[in-house]
Design a protein around this ligand. Sequence first.
Ligand code: HEC
Length: 133
Amino acid sequence: MRLSLLAAVIALACVTAAPGADPARGKALYDARCGGCHTIAENGPGPRHQGLFGCRAGTQPGYAYSEALRVSGIVWNDAMLDRWLADPNALVPGNAMVVQLAPLATERVDLIAFLRTAAQGPRTCRRSNAPTP
Ligand code: HEC
C-alpha cells in the first residue's frame, strides 16, 4: 500500500515537473555524472543508452549486465528511470551500477528530458514484449 502510494507520488511528480524539464541542463549533468561510464552510442564501463525508452533493462547487445538487472523485468520509461537514478540499489538489489548520482528530483527530470531527445535512433535493445534473454 505504502509502496504503491510512493510510486503514484513519484509518477505524479514526474508528470507535474515535466514542463520545467531542461534537456540542456540534463546534458550537462549527463556529461558530468554519467559520461565516465556511459555514452549514447557505445558500450563502455556502462551500457549504451541508444533507444533507451521502451527497452527491457539489461538487453543492449554486447554488454555484460548483472543477472539482477537482466531478470528485473523493467521496461525503461520516465517513472522507472526516475526510480533507477534516485537509488539503483533500491530498485534492483544486486545491480552493477550501484551509485546514487542524481539525488535531486529536479536533476532526474532534466536527465530524463535529455535522454528522451538524445537516446533516439535505432533501437538495439530488446523491446518490452521480447522474452528475457
Ligand atoms: C561508475 C559507472 C557508472 C556511472 C557513473 C553511471 N552508470 Fe549507469 N550503469 C553502469 C553500469 C555498470 C550499468 C549496468 C548495471 C547492471 O548490469 O546491473 C549501468 C546501467 C544503467 C542503465 C540501464 C541500462 C540498460 O540497458 O538497461 C541506465 C538507464 C543508466 N545506467 C543510466 C545512468 C545515468 C543517467 C547516469 C548518470 C546520472 C549513470 N547511469 C551513471 C555504470 C554507471
